[in-house]
Ligand binder design. Structure first.
Ligand SMILES: [Zn+2]
Length: 315
């Protein structure tokens, strides 16, 4: 059932509408579990669109297997998605730095507040992001250290490539996931792929992983499928590789490969002089899980991230 959860009239006779597609069993009781799957907070991140499509398709085709409430929100920042704008159009603010929002504040904060009010009460929420146009990411779930105890076991049920437990920084307090975790909804943030693109394989894997998760928590009646063990960053270090020179970055390795210490990851070239300005070498043995997709770089630009010792998985 498609529902409008928030709408506001805009100038030039337009209306901003937040919509969800809700699936629920015929009988809802106090113990019925609810999950909210949201995406499109950043309008240039499209990987989640395909995941929503696949989940809605499955739910439409399997109505008798639905035992809990599933809410799908493909477009948290509808004007951003429509115009492929990362930010909230006209206000140029990052919606994911506006939570929990307020009804008496400017429009992006009103939207954030409406999202919190409508998702609040869900047992679980999944917030799907797609990096940005600069970096390509292996599918991963990011969890702040303070929530690791509760959230890592849940994330493992999704069978995603890896789980990044990171130290919380102040700015994260204004995100959707922080706002929802603070009101008791266990919220997982997925990052995968690259901005403005859809990586079909990642979308299919995540949709299958989310069905597995829903089966595990009793929201759908479906046998659990075996899922791969996620690599966790809890026992190993993430290395960041940044550019020391401006220029054009040409990777020499594919994304998602094991690299050895000293192996060349890529080069920064100067197209006018025809020279290599910098060769980027791996600082460790590990998994290349982030690689720069956008060729133009400046001093300090992030080019790659490598997870050292990725075999120490979290059981
Ligand atoms: Zn994002």
């Amino acid at each position: 059932m498609i529902e409008e959860v928030f709408s506001v009239k805009l100038p030039v006779e337009e209306t901003l509408k937040l919509k969800r597609n809700r699936f629920n069993p015929p009988d809802i009781t106090r113990s019925t579990k609810r999950i909210s799957i949201v995406t499109g907070t950043h309008g240039d991140e499209l990987e989640g669109q395909y995941v929503c499509y696949l989940l809605v398709k499955w739910l439409r085709e399997n109505p008798t297997k639905i035992k809990g409430i599933v809410d799908i929100y493909p477009s948290m920042n509808p004007m951003g998605i429509d115009s492929i704008n990362r930010l909230f159009p006209f206000y140029d603010v990052d919606l994911n730095r506006t939570f929990p929002g307020h009804t008496a504040d400017f429009l992006p904060a009103q939207v954030a507040s409406a999202i919190v009010e409508t998702v609040r009460g869900s047992d679980f929420a999944i917030d799907i992001h797609a990096s940005n146009i600069f970096l390509k990411e292996l599918p991963q779930i990011r969890i702040s250290r303070s929530n690791a105890h509760d959230l890592v076991p849940l994330a493992e049920k999704i069978g995603i490539d890896f789980i990044w437990v990171h130290d919380a920084v102040t700015v994260l307090e204004s995100t959707f996931s922080h706002a929802l975790n603070s009101v008791g909804t266990k919220t997982l943030v997925v990052e995968m792929g690259v901005g403005m693109r859809i990586t079909k394989e990642y979308g299919q894997n995540l949709a299958n992983g989310l069905l597995n998760f829903m089966a595990h928590v009793g929201i759908i009646d479906e046998p659990m499928r075996p899922c791969k063990t996620s690599i966790s960053t809890q026992n190993s270090e993430v290395h960041f590789i940044n550019a020391s020179e401006a220029g054009i970055f040409i990777p020499t390795l594919e994304h998602n490969v094991m690299v050895s210490k000293g192996e060349k990851l890529g080069e920064i070239i100067d197209p006018l002089e025809g020279v290599i300005k910098e060769s980027l070498l791996s600082p460790c043995d590990g998994l290349l899980f982030t690689i720069r997709e956008y060729p133009v770089v400046y001093e300090g630009s992030l080019l790659a991230r490598i997870l050292e010792n990725p075999f120490e998985v979290n059981e």
